[in-house]
Design a protein around this ligand. Structure first.
Ligand SMILES: Nc1ncnc2c1ncn2[C@@H]1O[C@H](COP(=O)(O)OP(=O)(O)OP(=O)(O)O)[C@@H](O)[C@H]1O
Length: 264
């Protein structure tokens, strides 16, 4: 489903956080929102979800998102937040089952199908062995996968992921990114993710949106957005940008002084 954002303004605590943000996310594409700390990346996702008041237009497949009831919206857009509330004592299975809430009738119970969907998602995320463990007894990375599981169990056309890989080891980063990519291709999901790892963003996303101080500073294919000059200007970092597979950029930090690898 195509997402169109036009002239989006968000103010939090009386301070402008997003200023006239416009962007198009084509149906079935993966867009990564990058930018320095505090640029407004999480706020952009939260505005799409209607979790923060905003001015401007956000449409999903041409329909105004503001006109949808929360339950309708939850059948279209799933969200994996950066710092979710973790209910104490709730098991991974029951937490993932919360993703089925938009489909469970009021005062009703989940169906066998809901439980089967949860079991399948847990399997895809290597979490079957954790199903009966309380979430607050998991490591940060295991918990992060459970939060993603809950979003996937929602079976929506749009997936918004806030920093989905920060707590993950390199193997699970690859696993999660590959899984999201597979789902996007097999189920035609539209994915928007914030992400700090610029190389990872450039490896997977079709388009990058560089947010800086609440504005879109650059948008387009990774090789066009991730330039040495842009990274220096907006992140105040010195990097070398090389060309990886498919011409996608690979970034490595450049230290100010060359240091020998081994002590003499
Ligand atoms: N509830 C709030 N009230 C006031 N200011 C807020 C609130 N939430 C966020 N902000 C401010 O809005 C700005 C954007 O925050 P946001 O979390 O969207 O940034 P971000 O780009 O996701 O940052 P990070 O990379 O550090 O996660 C920050 O300056 C932050 O301090």
């Amino acid at each position: 489903m195509t997402i169109e954002i036009r002239g989006l303004d968000v103010a939090l605590g009386g301070r402008p956080v997003l200023k006239g943000v416009s962007l198009d996310v084509p149906s079935g594409s993966w867009t990564a929102v990058i930018g320095p700390n505090g640029a407004g990346k999480s706020t952009l996702l939260r505005a799409v979800l209607g979790l923060v008041p905003s001015r401007g237009g956000i449409t999903l497949a041409g329909s105004d998102l503001a006109a949808l009831k929360p339950r309708q919206r939850a059948r279209l857009i799933a969200y994996a937040p950066q710092s979710p509330n973790i209910p104490v004592g709730m098991t991974v299975f029951d937490y993932t089952l919360l993703g089925r809430s938009p489909y469970i009738p009021h005062l009703g119970r989940e169906s066998a199908r809901d439980r089967a969907i949860v079991a399948e998602v847990l399997d895809r995320l290597d979490l079957t062995g954790f199903a009966s463990r309380p979430l607050d007894h998991l490591s940060g990375g295991e918990r992060q996968r459970a939060v993603l599981a809950r979003a996937l169990a929602q079976q929506t056309s749009v997936l918004l992921l806030d920093e989905p890989t920060t707590a993950l080891d390199i193997g699970h980063q690859q696993q999660v990114m590959e899984l999201v990519d597979q789902l996007r291709l097999s189920d035609e999901l539209t994915v928007v993710t914030t992400i700090h790892d610029l190389t990872l963003a450039g490896q997977y996303a079709d388009d990058l949106v560089l947010l800086s101080d609440g504005r879109v500073a650059a948008a387009g294919p990774p090789a066009r957005v991730l330039t040495r000059a842009a990274v220096e200007e907006h992140f105040d970092a010195r990097v070398h940008v090389g060309a990886g597979p498919g011409g996608r950029p690979i970034l490595s930090l450049e230290r100010p002084l060359e240091r020998p690898l081994e002590r003499p």
